[in-house]
Design a protein around this ligand. Structure first.
Ligand code: PBG
Length: 337
């Protein structure tokens, strides 16, 4: 050691943060949060037909797939150790109408998939959304009457759809349409139908966000949507309101909570976990995925690195898991070590 005293010595004294960062082994030893395969929920897009793998232009690397291909994908996910799948259907246009009545068909695309996947791969969780948007001719998540998305009529429909999804084998119902009172109504209906063990993951705080753009292309609702969803989703400006909304879902019987979108809403993730202590999930939505992919494809960022970093940051923000279109890529990467 030189006897020269540096100016910074007076400041650091005996405190030097870098001691714990000096080697790979110290860094591993002090690591506070870790991403594992158990943290991943994989959203997939379904189309009618067989043998179909149809790339989604706005989501490079993500395809719309038919039920047979989806069952293969589910098997692969299960082999990788991914705990659960969240399917979203791209329903034929002819089947979409003003009230989303196709959601009440026992054998609609989502229920077909659930039956097939449950039978072929019983040891993976199936988490189904009960929003009406894939089924409506106007792309809204609810029933539209005189320019208004009517709350109570929508809840009645969503409740029936939830029971049918549970009948098909869904393990967790995940309502994403942000109607008031839906969690309690779904819980009661599930119990009455003998589905006490079917859980509810509430999209508790779903914000009116521009990050959903590529998803709307994936299930072909973007072109249909008239107006916006501001009268039922939460404003990106509000956090206290978001927490109140989540509190109601907890009271009504939600088993798990979700925050959506993810990365721009990490403060909400943290507050939600902190306030309720329920299992809390973030949805790294389509626009988040696409931003990373697009920049990586241009060689402007290291896509793999940012994929891993963003998902780890959800863990740091208190999330118990993440819905991510990267799930399979991440699981493979984690398996390679
Ligand atoms: C609607 C729904 C949305 C997403 C999943 N279900 C948002 C919307 O269209 O308003 C978004 C998922 C994503 O962007 O990845 N019920």
């Amino acid at each position: 050691m030189s006897d020269k005293t540096h100016l910074v010595d007076k400041i650091t004294g005996h405190r030097r943060m870098r001691r714990n960062r000096k080697a790979d082994w110290t860094r591993r030893m002090v690591q506070e949060n870790r991403l594992t395969v158990d943290d991943l929920i994989w959203p997939i897009f379904l189309v009618p037909g067989t043998g179909i793998v149809d790339p989604i232009a706005a989501m490079p690397g993500v395809n719309r797939i038919s039920v047979d291909k989806a069952v293969e994908a589910v098997r692969e996910a299960a082999d990788l150790g991914i705990p659960a799948i969240a399917p979203f259907p791209d329903v034929e246009m002819e089947k979409r109408d003003a009230t989303g009545s196709e959601i009440l068909q026992r054998d609609n695309l989502i229920n077909q998939f659930t039956r097939a996947a449950k039978k072929a791969v019983p040891n993976i969780g199936l988490i189904t959304d009960v929003a009406l948007d894939p089924f409506t001719s106007h792309g809204h998540d609810g029933i539209l009457q005189d320019g208004v998305i009517v709350n109570d009529e929508t809840v009645d429909q969503v409740v029936k759809a939830a029971v049918m999804q549970a009948d098909a084998g869904a393990d967790i119902i995940a309502p994403s349409e942000m109607m008031d009172g839906r969690i309690g109504a779904i819980r009661r209906a599930l119990d009455a139908a003998g589905h006490q063990d079917v859980g509810i993951m509430s999209y508790a705080t779903k914000f009116a966000s521009g990050f959903y753009g590529p998803y709307r292309e994936a299930i072909n609702t973007g072109g249909l949507l008239k107006g916006d969803k501001n009268s039922y989703y939460i404003s990106p400006a509000n956090s206290t309101e978001a927490l109140r909304d989540a509190a109601l879902d907890v009271e009504e019987g939600a088993d798990m909570l979700m925050v959506k979108p993810g990365l721009a809403y990490l403060d909400i993730c943290w507050r939600t976990k902190d306030a309720f202590g329920l299992p809390t999930f973030a949805y790294q939505v389509s626009g988040e995925y696409t931003q990373i992919k697009a920049a990586a494809m241009n060689g402007w960022i290291d896509g793999d690195r940012i994929m891993m970093e963003t998902l780890l940051c959800f863990k740091r923000a208190g999330c118990d898991g993440i819905l991510s279109y990267f799930a399979v890529d991440v699981a493979r990467k984690l398996a390679r070590g």
